[in-house]
Design a protein around this ligand. Structure first.
Ligand SMILES: [Zn+2]
Length: 214
């Protein structure tokens, strides 16, 4: 039988642009077209831990993608954390304007299905609330507007890789207050303002208006 030869060998293409390799210094970013789309993760450490709680429930430093303040135009932000001890991550029910996805995987780098933990997560509010036990690698979709939490990492026998991804330019949620009103809150991590190094980011949202191609 005649051997079929593909017209193009897409798997063995040489580097087509050897002159255009960028190292991401600020100057090179400015000189490039796509440099704003490539963002090295900063190292993050917890800013707030409840009193009496040890910080060693999670591997530090942690990686977060904070959304459009880091890559202009991104309608997505995500955490990349490894939990090593039980921790009650989120006690307060809330909802978001966009979908959120929660990923729970084993943190064993040679087998993400190596999972031994007991995590409890509630979807819905009041009569329709349902609490799910996560004891195997799982992804949860939380549709826009659906109440969720508490989220409790109750038992961690093997490290868990946790990714919470919200399809919004910045992390934030809508909370019901006891007086019947609602409060929208945003949080952009323990960082300084993009325009004023003296100031801590207060999630004002100004940098969310930036465009990647300007
Ligand atoms: Zn949420």
């Amino acid at each position: 039988m005649e051997e079929k030869k593909p017209k193009y060998d897409l798997f063995h293409v040489d580097d087509p642009y050897p002159e255009k390799h960028y190292i991401l210094t600020d100057e090179e970013k400015k000189a490039s077209k796509f440099g704003k789309l490539v963002f090295p993760f900063p190292q993050e450490h917890n800013e707030v831990v409840a009193e009496g709680t040890d910080e060693d429930y999670v591997v530090n430093p942690q990686a977060y993608f904070r959304g459009a303040s880091q890559i202009p135009g991104a309608e997505f932000n995500s955490s990349y954390q490894i939990f090593v001890k039980p921790f009650f991550l989120d006690r307060v029910q809330h909802r978001h304007k966009k979908d959120e996805f929660l990923v729970f995987l084993g943190a064993n780098s040679t087998n993400v299905f190596d999972f031994d933990a007991h995590i409890e997560f509630t979807l819905g509010k009041g009569d329709e609330a349902e609490t799910y036990i996560i004891d195997k690698p799982t992804i949860v979709r939380i549709p826009a507007g659906v109440y969720h939490c508490p989220l409790n990492f109750k038992e961690i026998n093997k490290p868990v890789m946790f990714m919470a991804s919200l399809m919004q330019p910045m992390f934030g949620g809508i909370y019901d207050l006891p007086d019947g009103t609602t409060m929208e809150m945003y949080y952009n991590g323990p960082r300084q303002c993009k325009y004023n190094e003296e100031k801590k980011c207060d999630a004002c949202g100004k940098c969310l208006q930036e465009k990647w191609d300007e």
